[in-house]
Ligand binder design. Structure first.
Ligand SMILES: [Zn+2]
Length: 264
């Protein structure tokens, strides 16, 4: 069974950016695993870091359960994700444990360093995952005392959309592949809604359900790339084409041309 791993910085990043595509892959028979670098310990103005982290680990696991996916939190603290030797060995440990065919992460340019550093960590840890002399740390959240053996092949690497589809100068980020998620939008919304603490926080600030409105608005904007009325919501990706990584069009192969459009 082919397997996809989504690794992002914080609980709810996956749900905002790529959960629709993960739902479609799951429905197509893929095994899906979710992982976040942190437990979102800065995500509250009232609870302590330890208390909100406990809440958010449960929310992320509940969201993953809706997808039928496993969930791993790598235990790094918010605002401390960095492209360090230790964090790279931790991420390689995750990759060797999950052994994905496809890895989805943040794009290298996003609205904050936690996302950008996760992107670099994911790419380099994937690169190291096949190299016998690169030592990984044992997988976090398991009893294993050693990392699993090196992976046989590099995964296809996909960068999801940046938050708000925004580039640093405020123009729309480019996507090279867009996926029609109209059919699974409500299931994506249910996964995002599982992050109840964050939904409530935004609701308090905006006086309305901004958390879900925001996700739907971004999806509707991305859907315009299809130019079809039947496609109401979409997610965008940029496949990583760098040296040594697979270059096949993995999303079209998995989901078909009806759901996936490749852009110039
Ligand atoms: Zn985030």
């Amino acid at each position: 069974m082919p397997r996809v791993l989504a690794l992002m910085a914080h609980p709810d990043d996956i749900e905002i950016t790529c959960a629709g595509t993960l739902l479609l892959l799951k429905d197509a028979g893929w095994d899906v695993h979710l992982a976040t670098m942190t437990a979102g310990d800065l995500g509250s103005s009232t609870l302590s870091a330890a208390a909100i982290a406990r809440v958010r680990r449960k929310e992320a696991a509940a969201s993953a359960a809706l997808l039928g996916a496993g969930y791993t939190c790598l235990g790094i603290e918010d605002l401390t994700i960095a492209h360090t030797e230790r964090q790279k060995r931790i991420v390689t440990g995750l990759l060797r444990a999950v052994r994905p065919d496809v890895l989805i992460t943040h794009p290298p340019v996003d609205y904050m360093a936690d996302h950008e550093q996760t992107s670099y960590l994911a790419r380099d840890a994937a690169f190291g995952s096949t190299i016998p002399n690169w030592k990984a740390l044992p997988p976090v959240g398991t009893r294993a005392r050693r990392a699993a053996p090196p992976c046989a092949a590099l995964p296809s690497l996909l960068y999801a959309d940046p938050i708000d589809l925004a580039t640093p100068d405020g123009t729309r980020a480019a996507a090279h592949v867009v996926v029609d998620i109209s059919a699974v939008l409500e299931r994506k919304a249910a996964m995002l809604a599982a992050h109840a603490s964050q939904r409530a926080w935004l609701h308090e600030q905006h006086g309305e359900d901004e958390y879900l409105h925001w996700m739907r608005r971004v999806g509707a904007e991305r859907a315009r790339a299809f130019g079809k009325r039947s496609v109401t919501h979409a997610e965008g990706f940029v496949p990583y084409r760098g040296h040594a990584f697979p270059k096949d069009d993995v999303l079209t192969s998995a989901l078909g041309r009806r759901l996936v459009k490749t852009l110039p």
